[in-house]
Design a protein around this ligand. Structure first.
Ligand code: ASP
Length: 454
């Protein structure tokens, strides 16, 4: 049995919804369909969720929200007309939107969530109606009735664990295709709450885990995950996508900027060890990328290269540091007291470098931390440099192969790129290379050619 999630571009128009119908119809294992709100149809178009958020914020600020509300209704009306669905579907949306916009505003977060979830709700209602009208028995299921219970953290809700059993007993017996809206659920007090943006991925992963699906299919608008970010290396679009990767490889890649889906979003499926298949709604015959608990690693194979700018490095040097018990522990506890999260920590005999996301270590925090480090650790030298980017070469196959690092370094040196840092953990799943931000694009292109162009 498969749970399939269709993102905003897959339900952006009537034509896209019909593609979804054909995909679901073509495989009887596709029993549960999770949908996002309609996304952009073309560049410059609106996402329904953005329009709904604008409506909610206008209403909260006492401004007129009718123009954006009318655009939401018009968007659904054009889908309805093309799909030839009954007009009471759009009437129901119009009424519900106006009711939610005039609801009490004592809790702004809950108010905004109730409005912004309408995109998913009506996307699911429309798909269920369109499927049924075209001979595919399908039902819309309300997250409230199905037991999707979330915490009271509006806009960033978390699943309450008792939901798994409730969802299973509500959904498993349904004989028809279940069409379920992504992105939201209900709190114990009965208020609607949404996950963070992009949260329909989370809903899909939760349903896959609750139902013990064989696969969680995540349909989007790319054929596969590219081995490098195509924004940095446009030629990757014409090349091969990644066929298979492990959960651990995905985690390493998305850490440094791979953006097919948020790694935390698919946690429920990963915990339940359910394979995830990323596929393209517009090219459903493409096999896409499989993300698996385990795979047979190809020796030497770098599976993907992530690249991420925006890092800074704190450099602390002290003669005979290596003999001073607790030096690094004290340094880290100063940073922890400041609430700074660290990314990695390459060290030498008498020096240690602590790498941060630059935005996590702002000027004011930095000067307090510097003062304490000076006072409590008496370093010989301390400095902070910004403008660092990381390239992360990821591949399970590196573990059993000698020379992958050399391979990367050689390609980078041929491209004239200076390495500022190298970091490899003992998992040998990834190697991180710190370079100057300005070198990021040429570095990614050099590595793409080296590893992925035969
Ligand atoms: N529609 C929501 C958003 O735009 C959730 C989603 O698409 O996953 O964030």
């Amino acid at each position: 049995m498969k749970v399939c999630k269709f993102g905003g571009s897959s339900v952006a128009s009537a034509g896209q919804m019909l593609k979804v119908l054909e995909i679901v119809r073509s495989d009887p294992a596709r029993r549960v369909v999770v949908v996002s709100a309609p996304g952009k149809r073309e560049k410059g178009d609106d996402k329904v969720t953005d329009l709904l958020i604008a409506c909610a914020r206008d209403a909260l600020a006492g401004r007129d929200s009718s123009a954006d509300a009318a655009r939401v209704v018009a968007r659904y009306e054009s889908i309805r007309a093309e799909l030839d669905l009954p007009s009471d579907l759009v009437e129901a949306l119009r009424e519900e939107l106006s009711a939610r916009l005039s609801a009490p505003k004592d809790h702004p977060g809950a108010f905004e969530d109730a409005v912004k979830a309408l995109g998913e709700e009506f996307s699911a209602r429309f798909c269920a109606a369109a499927f049924a009208a075209r001979g595919l028995p399908a039902v819309y299921v309300d997250p409230k009735d199905a037991g999707m219970r979330l915490s009271e953290e509006f806009g960033a809700a978390q699943l309450l664990p008792e939901s798994y059993a409730a969802l299973k007993s509500a959904l498993a017996p349904i004989p028809d295709v279940v069409v379920f809206p992504g992105f939201y659920g209900y709190t114990a007090s009965g208020r609607l709450a949404t996950f963070s943006r992009g949260g329909s991925d989370i809903t899909g992963a939760i349903l896959a885990a609750a139902l013990g699906a064989d696969t969680y299919e995540n349909f989007t608008d790319v054929d596969a995950v590219y081995p490098v970010d195509p924004r940095l290396c446009p030629e990757a679009v014409g090349g091969e996508g990644i066929r298979e990767m492990t959960f651990a490889e995905m985690r390493e890649l998305s850490y440094a900027g791979f953006a097919v889906f948020h790694d935390e979003a698919v946690m429920p499926a990963i915990r339940a060890k359910i394979p995830i298949n990323i596929r393209n709604t517009n090219r459903p015959d493409e096999p896409g990328t499989m993300v698996l608990p385990r795979r047979k690693a190809v020796p030497g194979r770098v599976n993907g290269i992530a690249a991420c700018p925006g890092f800074g490095a704190l450099y602390v040097e002290k003669w005979l540091m290596n003999r001073e018990v607790g030096f690094v522990a004290k340094l880290l506890s100063i940073l922890a007291d400041e609430g700074v999260s660290i990314e990695c920590m390459p060290a030498g005999v008498d020096s240690v470098t602590v790498v941060f996301r630059d935005e996590a270590f702002p000027e004011e925090v930095r000067s307090r931390a510097f003062a304490r480090i000076e006072r409590e650790l008496h370093p010989d030298h301390i400095s902070y440099s910004r403008g660092i980017a990381f390239l992360v070469a990821v591949g399970e196959g590196m573990r059993t192969t000698v020379g992958t690092c050399l391979h990367v370094v050689t390609a980078l040196s041929r491209a004239g790129i200076n390495l500022q840092m190298i970091n490899q953990g003992s998992s040998e799943l990834s190697i991180m290379f710190g370079i100057r931000e300005v070198d990021l694009q040429p570095a990614v292109q050099a590595l793409y050619r080296e590893f992925f162009v035969s």
